[in-house]
Design a protein around this ligand. Structure first.
Ligand code: GDP
Ligand code: IMO
Ligand code: MG
Length: 428
C-alpha cells in the first residue's frame, strides 16, 4: 500500500513544500489533491529557491510524475504562467497529469471572491483573493466548469451561461458591478485547450494503477488541518478538505491504500488571514518569530501572525488526520530564546480544557495555559543528528512529541533540503 500523505498540522505554511522535496527522491508520483493557487510552497535546492502555488512541489524532482487531481481548483492562466516560469529555469514539466474532473477557476470566481470579502467588512476571512471559495461553491452547487468541459465548446458555452445567470444578477444588482459576458469567458477558456490537452488524464485510474504496480505515490496537501472546511476554525477556513481524508476524495484513491500520514508542524505557530489563534503574540516575541522565521506569505506577501507552539492543536491534528509521523520544522528559529513557552492546554470559562473545544466561541475565548522550557543559544543549523542538538533543544523536541500524541520523525533546522535531522523512515 505505497500511498503516503503530507498534511499541514496547523494553519498552513508549516514547510510542506520542503518535506515533499525531502521525500520526493523515493517517490514516483506526487499528487496535489486540494486547494489551488492559494497555496505557496517554498522549496530551496542549493542556491535556488522555488515558490510553487498550483503545481505540486514534487515537480522539481527529476523523474517524479506530478499530478493535479480532481479535488484541486485550477486557474489556467496561473497554471501556464507557473509552467513557463519553471521551464525557463530548466525544470522539465512535460510529465504533468491533470484530472479531467478538476474544476476551473474563472475570472468571475476571482471577482466574486474579492467582492464578497469587501462586503463582509470586518467579518472578512482574509482570503487570498484567488477565487478558491466561489469555485468550490459552484462545484457543490453543481454549476462548476470542469477541465473536461473545455473540450466541448457547445457544452462549455451552456455551462458558462448557466453559471452566469445568477452571478450577473448578484454582481450588477447587489454588488453594483458590471455584468460578465459569457462569450468572453468561453473565449478565454478555449484559448488554453491546445496547451492543456496533452496533460489531461483519468488521474484516478492512473494513480490506482501506479499503486497496484507497487509505485510510491505521495499526496501533498495544501493549506492545513485548522483551515479545513469541516475540521478547521470555520468560517475562517479555506473551502476544501485539507485533512488526510481529502487525499482520498480529492484523488479517487480508496482510504485503505494509504500507509503513512505525515503531519508537518512548526516548532511555533503562524496563521495568515482572520480567525481565532489562542497563542498569538502581539508583543516583541511575535515580532521576533516573524523576523527570524521570515514569516511573510509566499502567496500574498502578508505578514504572518505568530505565536507559541500549541500542543492541543498538534494533538487534534494527529487525531483528525490519523497521523503516523510529525515533521517538526523551523526549530532553528527558536535559537536564542531563554525560556520557550508551550501551550499545553486552554482555560475556557475558568476551566482547564485539554482538547481543542468543538464550540467556535469557546475556541475564540480559549486562554492558553503555558509551560516554559529552557532554550539554547548554540547555532543548530549545522546539526544533522539528534545527538548533535543541544540538550535543551532535545528536551524541547521530546516534550513536544509527548504532548502531541505522535512520533516526531524529522526535524527541520533550516530551509535547505539537507538542513534536516531524520529520526525515522517515514516511507517504511
Ligand atoms: P508550506 O506552505 O507548508 O510549504 O510552507 P511555506 O513554504 O509557505 O513556508 C515555510 C517557510 O519556511 C519557507 O520559506 C521554507 O523555506 C521555510 N522552512 C521550511 N522548513 C524550515 C526549517 O526547518 N527552518 C527554517 N529556518 N526555515 C524552514
Ligand atoms: P499553504 O498550502 C496559509 C488562508 C487564507 C485565508 C483562508 C481562506 O501555503 O499552507 P482562501 O483563499 O483559501 O479562500 O483563504 O485560508 N490560506 C492559507 N494560509 N497557507 C496556505 O496555503 C493558505 N491557503 C489559504 O489566508 O485565511
Ligand atoms: Mg505556504
Amino acid at each position: 500500500m505505497p500511498a503516503f500523505v503530507i498534511v499541514g498540522a496547523q494553519w498552513g505554511d508549516e514547510g510542506k513544500g520542503k518535506a515533499t522535496d525531502l521525500l520526493a527522491e523515493h517517490i514516483e508520483y506526487v499528487v496535489k489533491f486540494n486547494g489551488g493557487n492559494n497555496a505557496g510552497h517554498t522549496v530551496v535546492i542549493g542556491n535556488e529557491k522555488y515558490a510553487l502555488h498550483l503545481l505540486p512541489s514534487g515537480i522539481l524532482t527529476p523523474g517524479v510524475i506530478p499530478v493535479i487531481s480532481n479535488g484541486v481548483v485550477i486557474d489556467l492562466h496561473v497554471l501556464f504562467e507557473e509552467l513557463d516560469a519553471l521551464n525557463a529555469r530548466g525544470i522539465d514539466t512535460s510529465k504533468l497529469r491533470i484530472s479531467a474532473n478538476a474544476h476551473v477557476i474563472t475570472p468571475y470566481h476571482i471577482s466574486l471572491d474579492k467582492t464578497a470579502e469587501r462586503f463582509l467588512g470586518k467579518r472578512a476571512i482574509g482570503t487570498t483573493g484567488r477565487g478558491i471559495g466561489p469555485t468550490y461553491a459552484d462545484k457543490i452547487n453543481r454549476i462548476g466548469i470542469r477541465i473536461q468541459d473545455l473540450f466541448d465548446e457547445s457544452i462549455l458555452r451552456q455551462k458558462v451561461e448557466a453559471a452566469l445567470v445568477q452571478k450577473n444578477q448578484l454582481l450588477s444588482k447587489v454588488y453594483n458591478r458590471a455584468a460578465i459576458r459569457a462569450e468572453e469567458i468561453v473565449a478565454e477558456l478555449l484559448s488554453y485547450t491546445d496547451r492543456l490537452q496533452p496533460y489531461v488524464a483519468d488521474t484516478a485510474l492512473e494513480l490506482h494503477q501506479a499503486i497496484e504496480a507497487g509505485k510510491n505515490v505521495l499526496f501533498e496537501g495544501g493549506q492545513a488541518t485548522m483551515l479545513d472546511v469541516d475540521h478547521g476554525t470555520y468560517p475562517f477556513v479555506t473551502s476544501s478538505n485539507a485533512t488526510a481524508g481529502g487525499a482520498a476524495t480529492g484523488s479517487g484513491i480508496g482510504p485503505g491504500l494509504f500507509q503513512n500520514v505525515i503531519g508537518i508542524v512548526k516548532a511555533y505557530t503562524t496563521r495568515v488571514g482572520a480567525g481565532p489563534f489562542p497563542t498569538e503574540l502581539f508583543d516583541e516575541w511575535g515580532e521576533l518569530l516573524r523576523k527570524t522565521g521570515h514569516e511573510y506569505g509566499t502567496t500574498t506577501g502578508r505578514p504572518r501572525r505568530c505565536g507559541w507552539y500549541d500542543a492541543p492543536i498538534a494533538r487534534y491534528s494527529a487525531r483528525i488526520n490519523g497521523l503516523t509521523d510529525f515533521v517538526l520544522t523551523k526549530l532553528d528559529v527558536l535559537t536564542g530564546i531563554k525560556e520557550i513557552p508551550v501551550c499545553v492546554a486552554y482555560e475556557v470559562d475558568g476551566k482547564r480544557v485539554e482538547e481543542v473545544p468543538v464550540s467556535q466561541s469557546d475556541f475564540h475565548h480559549a486562554i492558553p495555559i503555558y509551560e516554559n522550557f529552557p532554550g539554547w543559544d548554540e547555532d543548530i543549523t549545522g546539526c544533522r543528528t539528534f545527538e548533535e542538538l543541544p540538550k535543551n533543544a532535545q528536551d524541547y523536541v521530546r516534550a513536544l512529541e509527548k504532548m502531541s500524541n505522535c512520533r516526531i520523525s524529522a526535524i527541520g533546522v533550516g530551509p535547505a533540503r539537507d538542513a534536516t535531522i531524520v529520526l525515522h523512515d517515514m516511507l517504511g
